[in-house]
Design a protein around this ligand. Structure first.
Ligand code: GDP
Ligand code: MG
Length: 597
């Protein structure tokens, strides 16, 4: 296909504004898929995506469109992940296309992820086509939302297309706008090969599949390729395009988007954003701006039943093959036994992986408190990255500690603004900006990531009755007065409960934790002190009083069946307990104690 007849685009939208449904209609209207194969949200392939209605991996489809000018155009749609955790993947896939449809739900308006994604698109120099979706609904207000797009995003929305992805209204106009208003890609067929590695995943039939955008040159079956960042070399076994099912083609030229299959063993060997070139006649330099995505949130995953450790290892290794952004290493905890310390791109990513282990591999898990990476500067001038509070060096050797900060953008209806400001303030936030767009406020806060990883989303949702939207980006590290707080049960430290906290908030957190544990740990035959401590200093304490009578005593020794039943119940309960010194702690305590209210 000549460059002039190719259009590459993505769709940016806040979650639920109709991105997947619109993609379905574009595919359907162009007869890309036979009617009988059409099912809702065709591009959301993973079960978990379908169930939760979120798009996790970028997906792509090539559409042939016979335009009103009588010419047939090739339209390549790359569907980007909608969630903040995958911001790096979003920004890379944006660089693989020239324009975006900016989809905004006309009954709702601009939301935090609309903004976050549109900034990625603007950074990638995209031409934007505003699309106002859900006009079939009575609450649709296109004028108001178009005005809001102009106010908040600052782009011209006078040519916005009114669409119902549900009924199909406005779909032809959308296809025409793509052809007329988005630029054709540029590229040189005769130059050395330069292809961007946009995404990669594991397919059970084909092995590793790599999604590429050709910038310059031509890629053919049998070519010897080289990944410019990692240096790895492979022979290309197969190349093709997505319609959206895979279809083998002979070659991919400049401006085209497709997949390659090579003898790549695992997804970890491919890095999103890397440049693929020919091994024999390489490009002189790679595409700019490559940075491998880094895990930012860490937590321990332990099997509830320690006999399932090997199964857990197996599950984690399999998942990691298909997800290069997920890291893991073995961890042992005195409280929880053998498990893994895992790193994730964010909380959603954590939740998705944890869910898949529990559901697809049927392993019940204990998850420790999510933690961020602290930079610990030692008095001897060395520096360490702390992934696990349990590994915190002795304070006497520590000079200072830095923590990661984020820049958070929150959009919220006026009436909840006060609660949002209070929440951010309580989480050590620094207000950077506050503006209004209609009846909504947009606040920007500098917040410590560690205050967000606990339960910030949940709190934000509850104080705003679900009306706030939230997005963030990493903003680097800053020094603060941070300490490790340990929890001692019956004078023994429980490693899985130790956490990094700000010194000023340590007493409060310590007290809350001790009170909670007091309720969560069953009484024993002896008194149990529960303490929070920093270094050797106790900052909070509760005492769980001793159980006075035998549990079966109240059965008066008479009713033998009742007595036996009670003992059986106790035995069953024990399986879910962790023996800790002389004390048994129910596994539920580890989860509940770490939630803040
Ligand atoms: P995404 O999260 O942006 O991919 O959004 P989806 O495409 O999954 O759509 C979210 C919800 O909105 C689904 O329940 C869709 O059926 C619904 N939806 C999408 N477009 C329209 C529309 O034009 N009209 C109506 N009434 N509902 C829509
Ligand atoms: Mg979707």
């Amino acid at each position: 296909t000549p460059l002039s007849h190719i259009r590459n685009f993505s769709i940016v939208a806040h979650i639920d504004h109709g991105k997947s449904t619109l993609a379905d209609r574009l595919i359907q209207q162009t007869n890309t898929v036979a009617e009988r194969d059409m099912k809702a949200q065709l591009l959301d392939s993973m079960d978990i995506e379908r169930e939760r209605g979120i798009t996790i991996k970028a997906n792509t489809v090539r559409i042939d469109y016979l335009a009103q000018d009588g010419e047939t155009y090739v339209l390549n749609l790359i569907d980007t992940p909608g969630h903040v955790d995958f911001a790096y993947e979003v920004s890379r896939s944006m660089r693989a296309v020239e324009g975006s449809l900016l989809v905004v739900d006309s009954t709702q308006g601009v939301e935090a992820q609309t903004l976050a994604n549109v900034y990625h698109a603007i950074e990638a120099d995209h031409d934007l086509i505003p699309v106002l979706n859900k006009i079939d609904l009575p609450a649709s207000d296109c004028d108001r939302v178009a005005e809001q797009i102009e106010d908040v995003i600052g782009i011209d929305a006078s040519g916005a297309i009114a669409v119902s992805a549900k009924t199909g209204q406005g779909i032809t106009e959308t296809l025409e706008a793509i052809v007329k208003h988005l630029p054709a890609p540029k590229g040189d067929r005769d130059a050395p090969l330069k292809a961007m590695l946009v995404d990669s995943w594991y397919d059970s039939y084909l092995g590793v599949v790599v999604l590429v955008r050709i910038m310059d040159g031509v890629l053919k079956k049998g070519d010897q390729i080289r990944m410019m960042q990692t240096g790895a070399r492979y022979g290309v076994d197969r190349i093709g395009v997505f319609r959206p099912a895979m279809q083998v083609v002979d070659e991919l030229g400049p401006g085209e988007i497709g997949f390659i299959n090579a003898s790549i063993k695992q997804v970890r060997d491919t890095k999103v954003g890397d440049t693929i070139t020919h091994d024999k006649k390489p490009a002189d330099k790679p595409l700019p701006g490559f940075k491998p995505s880094q895990p930012v949130v860490f937590c321990g995953l332990f099997p509830v039943d320690s006999a399932e450790f090997e199964d857990l290892r197996d599950a984690i290794e399999k998942l990691a093959l298909n997800d290069a952004s997920f890291s893991y290493e073995m961890e042992t905890s005195a409280a929880l036994g053998f498990g893994f310390r895992c790193g994730f791109l964010g909380l959603l990513h954590l939740e998705v992986i944890r869910d898949r282990i529990e559901r697809e591999y049927d392993i019940e898990l204990i998850t420790t408190a999510p933690s961020v990476i602290y930079h610990v500067f030692m008095k001897d001038g060395t520096q360490q990255d702390l992934h696990n509070p349990a590994d915190m060096p002795d304070l006497t050797y520590v000079d200072h500690i830095e923590e990661p900060r984020i820049k958070a953008t929150i959009l919220v209806p006026d009436e909840y603004l006060g609660d949002v400001l209070k929440l951010c303030q309580d989480r050590r936030g620094i207000q950077l900006d506050l503006t209004y767009a209609g009846a909504r406020a947009m606040v920007v806060y500098d917040l410590p990531l560690n205050e967000v990883v606990f339960d910030f989303y949940d709190r934000l949702k509850s104080v705003t009755k679900g009306y706030a939207s939230f997005d963030y980006q990493m903003e680097g590290y800053r020094q603060d007065n941070l300490v490790k707080m340990s929890i001692l049960v019956n004078d023994e430290p429980v490693d899985a409960l130790s956490m990094m906290v700000h010194r000023d908030r340590a007493e409060m957190r310590g007290r809350a934790m001790c009170e909670k544990l007091k309720d969560l740990i069953p009484r024993h035959m002896f008194k149990i002190p529960i303490q929070a401590a920093i270094g050797g200093k106790v900052i909070a304490r509760e005492t769980l009083s001793a159980l006075r009578k035998d549990v079966t005593a109240k059965c008066y020794g008479g009713d033998a069946t009742r007595k036996r039943k009670l003992l059986e119940k106790q035995k069953a309960g024990k399986k879910k307990m962790r023996q800790f010194g002389k004390v048994e702690i129910p596994q539920e305590a580890f989860i509940s104690a770490l939630k803040m209210d």
